[in-house]
Design a protein. Structure first.
Length: 64
C-alpha cells in the first residue's frame, strides 16, 4: 500500500529526463573545455618564460 505522498509524487516525464541529460552533457563539455584552457594557458606561460630565458642567455653569450 502506498502512502499519500507517494501517490501524489508525479513521475518524471521523458522530456525532462532528456533535457536533464542534455544539460549534464553541456555542463561536462564546458568543464572539460575550461580545464583544457587552463592547462593550455599554463603551457604557453611556461613557453614564454623559456623563450625569454633563451633570448637572455643568447644575448649574454653573444654580447658579453
Amino acid at each position: 500500500m502506498q502512502t499519500q505522498a507517494e501517490q501524489q509524487q508525479p513521475h518524471t516525464s521523458i522530456f525532462k529526463r532528456i533535457l536533464a541529460g542534455l544539460v549534464l552533457v553541456v555542463a561536462v563539455a564546458l568543464a572539460i573545455k575550461l580545464v583544457v584552457g587552463m592547462i593550455m594557458a599554463v603551457f604557453w606561460i611556461i613557453v614564454a618564460v623559456a623563450v625569454a630565458i633563451a633570448i637572455l642567455w643568447a644575448l649574454k653569450t653573444l654580447v658579453w
